[in-house]
Design a protein around this ligand. Structure first.
Ligand SMILES: [Zn+2]
Length: 157
């Protein structure tokens, strides 16, 4: 078994979409990013990349590349999963936290878990997504940014 962890931060600005775990969240602020800015799926990718010691997301998908501009982050997860399987591993479980001041995410979490479970080819009960605020403190608390963390366990097949 191998474990991987990842943290990601994206700036929040008006006029951008807010997509978290593949779910479009209706909000006046959105996540600035080279892809679709899906901070949660980025840590899903990078925790897997970390578990297999493959470097980081920027190494696999350079953000200077036009190819990845506006790309759905679910495609990035799929590409990483091809690598996971090529190396002979499967995902055991994943635990993620989303740090966001507004809006409340509880209604969106079941769909995020379903999306991540499908992408990682595991049952929904192996996918945990938690949401928390930053108590109005710091870049998350001032609604300047969204932050996510993921920890994943993989197992040799
Ligand atoms: Zn990111």
């Amino acid at each position: 078994m191998r474990i991987g962890h990842s943290t990601d931060i994206h700036r929040l600005e008006p006029g951008n979409k807010l997509i978290i775990g593949g779910v479009i969240i209706h909000h006046y602020l959105g996540s600035v990013g080279h892809s679709d800015g899906d901070c949660l799926l980025h840590t899903v990718c990078e925790s897997l990349i970390g578990a297999l010691a493959l470097g980081d997301l920027g190494k696999l998908f350079p953000d200077t590349s036009e190819e990845y501009r506006g790309i759905s982050s679910s495609l990035l997860v799929k590409a990483v999963m091809i690598e996971v399987k090529r190396m002979g591993y499967k995902v055991v479980n994943i635990d993620s936290t989303v740090f966001l001041e507004e809006p409340k995410l509880s209604n969106y979490i079941p769909e995020m878990r379903k999306n991540i479970a499908e992408l990682l080819e595991i049952e929904v009960d192996r996918v945990s997504v938690k949401a928390t605020t930053s108590e109005k403190v710091g870049i998350v608390g001032r609604m300047e940014a969204i932050m996510t963390e993921s920890t994943v366990l993989v197992e040799k097949i």
